[in-house]
Design a protein. Structure first.
Length: 320
């Protein structure tokens, strides 16, 4: 049984007749599984994640679909019900740590908050656990740093504070939105190792949102590729990297620099840019940038297949 099941999710700006931002997204995550959600900026990845947490910005609304967490419909829960889940069973590492932290509270108190709010520890024990978690995510002198305000820390340290706050309660589902963006390579490796350790120890499922395909290859079990507010391909990470089916996925993987390429050679880039939601074409939304597009692509393709599925009328050939 899936821990998280998103079915035919639709998100609009301005109500039911407003601008479509996410259209028919379906994905699921099993207990202990790491699923990566990838795609260019503007593809709807973060909006999908925020809808799970019930944290969509004002003016944005889920207008269709269902989000089940361990059988509970999150979209029908009252605000108090969601608050009981957030920080305990559901946790999120946000993309902008500096703006997500309370500028007036010491960072140690912010890391400890979920333990106190959900009755998992008293104030003294929660602060001690917070200091230990700050140490685990690579913050030097954690006892001193725990007493400091976010403005006294670097952007990278604030990112680690956010990660510590998300992990301290051992949530059942962790949503990580670009969790290592502001970190150097050494700390990034530590954080990825910690997330993997948590998933193994506590059976935590992870929805990982990232642009870094190297991170995906290292951490994910399955990959879900989004473009234009829709899922265009999903499958096991090995299958998707070895034999991508959708042209967009294939081109996305080609943008990764390779050590075996000619030094000084021109890097591959996908032509054009992701169109605004106001300008999305009918049918396949990638067709205006796709070298394999035909008249058939003016209709919307279905996400067909078994464990490795692609929404494309002209998929890449599967390897034997």
């Amino acid at each position: 049984m899936s821990l998280l099941q998103i079915s035919d999710l639709a998100i609009r700006a301005g109500g039911a007749d407003g601008l479509s931002l996410v259209d028919g997204v379906t994905l699921d995550i099993a207990p202990g599984e790491v699923v990566a959600l990838v795609g260019e900026s503007g593809s709807g990845k973060s909006l999908t994640a925020l809808s799970v947490m019930g944290l969509l910005a004002e003016g944005l609304q889920v207008t269709g679909g269902q989000i089940l967490f361990d059988g509970t419909d999150l979209l029908s829960l009252p605000p108090d019900g969601l608050r009981r889940l957030r920080g305990q069973d559901l946790a999120m590492i946000f993309q902008e740590p500096v703006s997500s932290l309370n500028p007036l509270a010491p960072v140690g108190d912010q890391v400890a908050e979920s333990l106190i709010v959900h009755g998992k520890a008293g104030p003294a024990e929660a602060r001690a656990q917070a200091v230990e978690m700050l140490r685990r995510v690579g913050i030097p002198e954690p006892e001193r740093r725990a007493r400091q305000l976010p403005a006294e820390l670097s952007g990278g340290m604030c990112q680690r504070v956010m990660i510590a706050a998300a992990l301290i309660s051992r949530p059942r589902l962790l949503i990580a939105d670009e969790p290592t963006t502001a970190l150097d390579v050494t700390i990034q490796a530590q954080i990825l190792s910690l997330m993997s350790e948590l998933a193994a120890e506590a059976g935590t499922s992870v929805l990982l949102i990232t642009h870094d395909m190297g991170v995906v290859a290292e951490l994910a079990d399955r990959v879900c590729v989004m473009y234009g507010g829709r899922v265009v391909e999903q499958g096991p990470v090995i299958d998707l990297f070895d034999a991508p089916r959708h042209p967009y996925t294939s081109m996305l993987l080609r943008t990764i620099p390779r050590l075996d390429e000619t030094p000084g050679g021109e890097l591959f880039a996908i032509r054009g840019s992701v169109p605004s939601p106001r300008d999305w074409p009918d049918g396949c939304r990638f067709r205006t940038r796709c070298p394999r597009a035909s008249d058939a692509c003016a209709a919307r393709p279905r996400l067909d297949g078994g464990t490795h599925r692609a929404a494309c009328f002209h998929p890449m050939e599967a390897r034997p």
